[in-house]
Design a protein around this ligand. Structure first.
Ligand code: HEC
Ligand code: HEC
Ligand code: HEC
Length: 345
């Protein structure tokens, strides 16, 4: 007897197989226990699939400059706050409860070597499905991801002492909320270009910023991880503590074109004078004496240079103002406000 292959029969077989699959899944016999780990072949297959996926996606979507080594302090601090529990860190084992997962998070001091910077960027930005490796907590801060790529790249070969120096955890007596590892005991941000100076800032503004990070209206995975754990009273106390430190308030100086925009604005572009809002005693943040790199980065983000500015989410005023600043004036304005001499052309 011969069996003729017809479309009807093929279809019936497929439906039958699907039903069988559903029946097996329904019966509950498939073992999902993490305690037994994967078979070696499953482990190999899943990791092989993941590697291929990362390679292809990273090649097409990762930025050309996927790593930024200028902000290792905040990256290390964020690693300690968010990643070390699963991956461990130099001189620190991962939490046993996390290592009991299947698959357990790999030791990055070994595995980081397997990946290019672009591939690391893709993994950190998007996470890995079915493994517990989370995506970056906010999707519109590729600058934070780029700093973490540079940090992870340095994990092979990083000594426990080097790691501790980067994270710089102070004793709880000095630093009850663990802010100084990034912001420094003097609130000056340990010289990092991405960390704003807090000393001398208006306490109301610092408090509003902390609330914004905690509820997600201000986008930063690094600060969100810190702020979401704070009670309102702790936020208030921390804002007052840092605001009372010396820091901001230097007299702006330098480039006359930048000075004009800050003092008078550009009427032809409907750009208001910065000082009409940013003046001591008003509710707006103090800019004078702030780090130029930080001011410039915030203005560029608002301009939507690399990211879409979501007017519903962020404070609607500054994105509108920032977009009216001529692109080539961002750095001069930032340096002027910081009181840094203008760069030579
Ligand atoms: C809940 C646990 C968990 C947390 C938290 C976590 N990871 Fe992972 N991570 C994993 C697991 C599990 C994998 C393995 C994925 C795989 O191999 O398919 C992984 C993979 C990675 C990889 C790729 C290495 C490789 O060869 O698989 C990098 C890089 C990485 N994580 C960095 C980070 C960073 C940086 C953070 C913090 C922002 C972080 N992870 C937070 C669990 C975690
Ligand atoms: C892991 C590093 C890290 C830790 C720990 C940290 N910060 Fe920050 N903080 C940053 C970075 C980076 C920024 C800039 C974020 C951005 O781009 O919006 C920032 C921004 C801020 C701002 C906004 C300032 C402004 O001018 O807009 C406030 C307020 C602040 N931090 C307060 C705190 C307090 C209080 C703590 C402790 C409870 C703390 N931070 C802990 C890294 C950190
Ligand atoms: C109409 C009032 C107004 C004017 C005019 C204005 N700003 Fe702002 N600015 C704000 C507000 C409100 C914030 C706080 C936004 C937030 O909550 O993050 C802010 C925040 C900032 C910050 C972030 C400070 C920090 O510590 O993170 C920078 C940088 C800034 N403004 C630059 C400028 C510059 C440069 C100009 C002039 C071209 C300007 N602003 C004009 C209202 C104004």
């Amino acid at each position: 007897m011969t069996i003729r292959i017809t479309w009807k029969r093929v279809l019936a077989t497929l439906v039958g197989l699907a039903a069988l699959g559903m029946a097996v899944a329904w019966s509950g016999v498939i073992g999902l226990a993490a305690s037994s780990g994967h078979w070696a072949i499953t482990d190999w297959f899943l990791h092989w699939t993941m590697r291929n996926s990362v390679r292809t996606h990273a090649a097409f979507t990762a930025p050309k400059d996927p790593a930024d080594a200028s902000g290792l302090v905040s990256a290390a601090g964020h690693f300690a706050n968010s990643c070390a529990i699963c991956h461990g860190a130099p001189g620190q084992k991962p939490a046993p409860v996390m290592q009991a997962a299947t698959p357990p998070a790999p030791d990055l001091a070994v595995n980081a070597r397997e990946w290019t910077d672009k591939q690391l960027f893709w993994i950190l930005q998007h996470g890995v499905k079915y493994t517990g490796m989370p995506a970056w907590a906010v999707q519109d801060r590729p600058d934070e991801v780029r700093r973490m790529v540079a940090f992870v790249r340095r994990l092979p070969g990083m000594s426990p002492a080097q790691y501790r120096a980067l994270v710089a955890e102070a004793s709880p007596a000095i630093d009850p909320d663990n802010c100084t590892g990034c912001h420094g005991t003097d609130g000056r941000g340990r010289g990092s270009p991405d960390i704003p100076i807090l000393g001398g800032q208006s306490p109301e503004y610092l408090l509003a910023a902390l609330k914004g990070y905690a509820n997600g209206t201000r986008s930063s995975a690094v600060m969100q991880q810190v702020a979401m754990r704070m009670q309102p009273a702790e936020m208030d106390a921390a804002a007052r503590r840092f605001a009372a430190m010396p820091g901001l308030g230097a007299t702006p100086a330098g480039d006359p074109a930048a000075a004009r925009i800050v003092e008078q604005g550009l009427p032809e572009r409907q750009l208001p004078a910065c000082v009409s809002c940013h003046t001591p005693g008003k509710l707006y943040p103090v800019l004078a004496g702030q780090r130029a790199s930080y001011i410039a980065a915030r203005l560029r983000r608002w301009q939507g240079d690399k990211n879409v500015v979501d007017a519903r989410k962020s404070h609607a005023t500054m994105p509108v103002i920032a977009r009216r600043i001529p692109k080539d004036m961002i750095d001069p304005i930032a340096r002027y406000l910081a009181g840094e001499p203008p760069t030579k052309p």
